[in-house]
Write a protein of this length. Structure first.
Lengths: 115, 113
């Protein structure tokens, strides 16, 4: 079946540093990627939608200068948390629709801890 | 706006007992409905989905869910719970199968011997 590979699965960083999270569609072309954030014991909240070759669309309240999204190819979308702070500590997860299959494929998630 | 309500934050059941997790949604048209399971620190695994047709849908791991339009509900059921079913369960709604989903807050399932 289709797979979305997300890396890293777990990262600890110092406050003020930047962290890049990658999501790759391994056996299909993902023209769109959805990025979610999940705080402990909370639900997944959509942060932004990336589209290959164009600017990402951010949900209300999400700082686009802080959460940089790049979707430079049909198989790779990246989320960079810039100047991370402890309040950015969260579980980040991506998902991509596979064509018109009407099915979303999720990455395994990245647990970010900012010290 | 779309919304999903999972009334139960935490449920504990005995192994072998039946299970029902509740989900209510708010949506203007016929929704696409999903149930996902998440183990600690893990991604999401799709259990089942409803797009149209038979309102009782079968999923993986012995789960099923029933779409009831009149009640705006999509409750998840399993006749006999196994200890490995302990996890977080999310109900979600979307416009289609390949647009971003709106998730409920989740129900944590604990299974006791």
């Amino acid at each position: 079946g289709a797979v979305v590979s997300q890396h890293p699965s777990w990262v600890i960083c110092k406050s003020g540093t930047s962290v890049k999270i990658e999501c790759r569609s391994l056996d299909f072309q993902a023209t769109t990627m959805f990025w979610y954030r999940q705080f402990p014991k909370q639900s997944l909240m959509l942060m932004a939608t990336s589209n290959e070759g164009s600017k990402a669309t951010y949900e209300q309240g999400v700082e686009k200068d802080k959460f940089l999204i790049n979707h430079a190819s049909l198989t790779l979308s990246t989320l960079t948390v810039t100047s991370a702070h402890p309040e950015d500590s969260s579980f980040y997860i991506c998902s991509a629709p596979k064509g018109i299959s009407e099915k979303l494929f999720f990455g395994s998630g990245t647990q970010l801890s900012v010290l | 706006a779309q919304s999903v309500t999972q009334p139960d934050i935490h449920i504990t059941v005995s192994e072998g007992a039946s299970l029902e997790l509740r989900c209510n949604y708010s949506y203007g048209a016929t929704p696409y409905l999903f149930w996902y399971v998440q183990s600690p620190g893990q991604g999401l695994q799709l259990l089942l989905k409803y797009f149209s047709g038979d309102t009782l849908v079968q999923g993986i791991k012995g789960f099923e869910a029933e779409f009831k339009r009149s009640q705006s509900s999509f409750n998840l059921r399993k006749p006999s719970v196994h200890w490995s079913d302990a996890a977080e369960y999310f109900c979600a709604v979307g416009n289609s199968g390949n647009t971003p989903l709106v998730f409920g807050k989740g129900t944590r399932l604990s299974v006791i011997a």
